[in-house]
Design a protein around this ligand. Structure first.
Ligand code: SF4
Ligand code: SF4
Length: 382
């Protein structure tokens, strides 16, 4: 496998025509992006039952399956672990996914998003045994699971299932590499030890890495004015020997072209660049108030249906621009139109679902204080 083959098209955040409607995929733009991606020799598409409320799979059918020969692309799909109520549900979801995509086998199939609560659901429904059978029947060429937790749980899962799996999809990026909650390096090394390939999700940490403070943006410009911040993040992941796919979620043409350029002219990350990224990770850690990747899993878990990532996004942006009060207006609007952040009952249900291990109720309280009391009192370190 060459470095070029490592570039995967993540289909969790496709272009939409209405920002408030995840199902409103801009099919025309997505088709154009797919054409350029395929023309340049890339071929891997990652989706799930849940992305864009099921419309991601349908958009891939229209853009890829109906327009390209089956042997010219690879599709990865994922079992909706959280929706499994019994063993029979495995069949039901797989049939539905195949139909939505218009294919009769998956190139890669994962049990989706293993963390503490969803490992239990997956095991109760025998999802790991089910994907093993999928591979035996030729319904999936390679199998594995996507994972959002720490190295202790990963080891537990690998001890039980690694012998028949091929891949673990990990959240991995230079910000989380040594993070004590995410443990990206430890998780990567465990997968290597168990002989499994690593596919990378969130190489940009849901946008946190590419939307830093102006100071960090300037540091990158000074270090290399010709390359984007995203290009460093993707190269960091793809330079790791056992990483076979790096997904990038792209919702505009500019990002697609930049990422294509990164992989067409791939250069392994140098020691000097690694040192620079370590420094940038330290700086980012000290300036990002809440390291939320906006994955949204907490929202489904929250009984109050608080739009948690939207509050965290406003908070982070407000911290980076303490002189602007525009985010306070957005905060008030969000509370009016959806659910106020201070409706949080501190039940803690969301914490186990958070892919970034954020203490959500504690951080929501900080968000409320920040916007209620004005910026000056809270514009210091997070
Ligand atoms: S702690 Fe707050 S945000 Fe989390 S699930 Fe409970 S009510 Fe929702
Ligand atoms: S708070 Fe955690 S679970 Fe919720 S969107 Fe952010 S990273 Fe995802």
């Amino acid at each position: 496998m060459t470095f070029k083959n490592k570039f995967g098209f993540g289909c969790m955040r496709l272009p939409v025509t209405d920002e408030n409607d995840p199902t409103s995929i801009n099919q025309e733009l997505f088709n154009e992006m797919v054409d350029i991606y395929m023309e340049k020799g890339f071929n891997y598409f990652d989706t799930s039952y849940a992305y864009h409320n099921g419309m991601s799979e349908i958009a891939i059918k229209k853009a890829v399956v109906e327009r390209y020969p089956r042997d010219s692309y690879l599709i990865c799909d994922k079992m909706p672990t959280w929706a499994l109520k019994s063993e029979k549900d495995n069949d039901k979801f797989v049939d539905e996914m195949l139909e939505r995509l218009g294919i009769d086998y998956f190139d890669v199939f994962f049990v989706h998003n293993i963390n503490v609560p969803w490992l239990k659901l997956a095991e109760d429904a025998k999802a790991f045994e089910y994907v093993k059978k999928m591979k035996e029947k030729g319904l999936a060429k390679k199998i594995g699971f996507s994972f959002h937790d720490n190295s202790i749980l990963l080891k537990e899962v690998l001890d039980k299932y690694a012998e028949f799996l091929d891949i673990v999809q990990l959240e991995l990026n230079y910000l989380d590499w040594e993070d004590p909650s995410i443990e990206a390096r430890k998780c990567y090394e465990l997968c290597v030890k168990y002989g499994l390939d690593v596919y990378v999700m969130e190489p940009l940490k849901g946008g946190v890495i590419v939307n830093p403070s102006d100071e960090i943006k300037n540091d990158f410009k000074e270090f290399n004015p010709d390359k984007s911040i995203a290009s460093f993040a993707l190269r960091f992941c793809a330079s790791l020997e056992h990483v076979k796919i790096v997904l990038s979620g792209m919702n505009n043409m500019e990002d697609l072209l930049d990422n294509c350029d990164t992989f067409e002219n791939f250069k392994v990350i140098s020691d000097e660049e690694n040192e620079f990224l370590e420094k940038m990770a330290e700086k980012l850690h000290s300036t990002v108030a809440v390291p939320c990747s906006e994955c949204g899993y907490c929202v489904d878990a929250c009984p109050e249906m608080i739009p948690i990532p939207e509050y965290f996004s406003l908070y982070n942006r407000s911290k980076n621009q303490p002189e602007s009060d525009i985010y306070r207006n957005y905060f008030d609007k969000l509370a009016d139109e959806k659910v106020p952040a201070d409706d949080c009952t501190y039940c803690s249900t969301c914490i186990d679902y958070c892919t970034q291990k954020i203490d959500i109720p504690e951080e929501l309280e900080k968000v409320c204080k920040h916007f209620e009391k004005g910026f000056s009192a809270y514009s210091g370190a997070p």
